[in-house]
Ligand binder design. Structure first.
Ligand code: TRP
Length: 361
């Protein structure tokens, strides 16, 4: 039997290059080695967009289409919709009892999100709850590996903690046990391992944020290049992307640091010839190469990644029923596993009163 892998995306828009290098590349690489579960976290989308159900529905379809376009194979991997897997919600409630409220509120990813999205103190109860929900998303599948972008690490740490707590409390696993040994020692839940992508944090194409640092690529920050963008849109975005603001002419010495200059952040992330990037970086410092030349080189490199995805996307866009079928098959499989996990968890908690069967049409 193959080890399991679970990860997912929140349907708040289409997927962009940040998703691609942060997690999708890993998913594609691991699709054969692992039994994969890919979740569309549509309930999580409601944490900040409860007033936009149409957009969320469209985004669910967009993300599934993006996945297929990238090369996720629905015959190998289960692509599924979170809200159609009730065992996840049921687990969320039980897991919520094992996580201190203040522990959730200290989660730096939640705090950052509150800041970035300007949520103030008006966010709904469900917003912090999604962090507990994410533990259930993962643990319902008892995976070994969870490929994510670096920003998700605090969520995965919470997931590791709650798995240990559950197994110690209800399955008599020794608190001194090694993380990898929990299932072997009778624990229902594995203490999962995160796997972060090749590029830890891809910046957006815009200027730095209020703190002076470049912002991460994100729909809400309006600085993203989408996997579904047309060649023309990609070209326009790159040609107008932020670079070194102090450089007015190609002969001015420039700063090529990927920390401050998105052009070099992108060349470093995507150019297959890093010697070329190193040379151009020196030339940039010396005022010997212009932004336009490098932007054109970047467009070419990005097109090599994006054009096959775009072509497949165009095909799947014509076949929304096939996309839904892929989700139906995947959700069915997801329910099989999640129901089994819930049954195991209820048994461990001595709340296994009746058996049930879930039927999906
Ligand atoms: N929070 C993740 C994001 O916004 C999406 C997500 C939901 C997820 N549940 C998950 C990722 C479980 C990994 C595992 O990107």
């Amino acid at each position: 039997m193959k080890p399991r892998l679970l990860t997912g995306d929140t349907p708040t828009g289409r997927l962009h290059l940040g998703h691609y290098v942060g997690s999708i590349e890993n998913r594609l690489a691991l699709q054969d080695e692992f039994e994969c579960f890919f979740l569309i976290a549509n309930k999580h989308a409601f944490t900040t967009r409860a007033d936009k159900p149409d957009e969320i529905r469209q985004s669910v379809l967009d993300i599934a289409t993006d996945w297929l376009a990238c090369g996720i194979d629905p015959l190998k991997s289960a692509m599924f919709i979170q809200s159609e897997v009730p065992a996840i919600d049921e687990l969320t409630f039980f897991l919520a009892m094992l996580i201190p409220f203040n522990r959730v509120m200290r989660n730096p990813t939640l705090k950052q999100e509150i800041e970035d999205k300007g949520l103030g103190d008006t966010y709904p109860f469900g917003f912090p709850m999604y962090a507990v929900g994410q533990c259930a998303d993962i643990l319902a599948f008892r995976p070994q590996l969870v490929p994510v972008g670096e920003d998700q690490i605090p969520h995965l740490e919470l997931c590791r903690e709650v798995a240990r707590r559950f197994d110690q409390l209800y399955c008599n696993v020794d608190p001194h046990a090694k993380d990898d040994d929990y299932p072997k020692l009778g624990g229902v839940f594995p203490v999962i391992r995160p796997k972060v992508g090749r590029v830890k944090r891809l910046v957006g194409i815009g200027p730095p944020g209020a703190n002076g640092q470049l912002t991460k690529m994100s729909k809400s920050l309006n600085n993203a290049i989408y996997l579904g963008d047309s060649a023309d849109a990609v070209k326009k975005k790159i040609m107008s992307m932020y670079t070194d603001p102090n450089r007015l002419r190609a002969t001015d010495p420039g700063n090529p640091s990927p920390q401050t200059n998105p052009l070099f952040a992108f060349l470093t992330a995507f150019h297959p010839d890093q010697n070329y990037v190193a040379e151009q970086s020196e030339a940039y410092k010396a005022g010997a190469v212009g932004d336009v030349v490098l932007k054109k080189a970047l467009i070419e490199v990005l097109e090599a990644v994006l054009s096959p995805i775009r072509a497949r996307r165009a095909e799947f866009e014509q076949r929304p029923d096939d996309v839904m079928d892929a989700l139906r098959v995947g959700t069915r499989r997801a329910n099989e596993v999640a129901e089994e996990t819930l049954e195991m968890a209820k048994k461990a908690m001595k709340q296994d009163y009746f058996k049930r069967e879930l039927k999906m049409k």
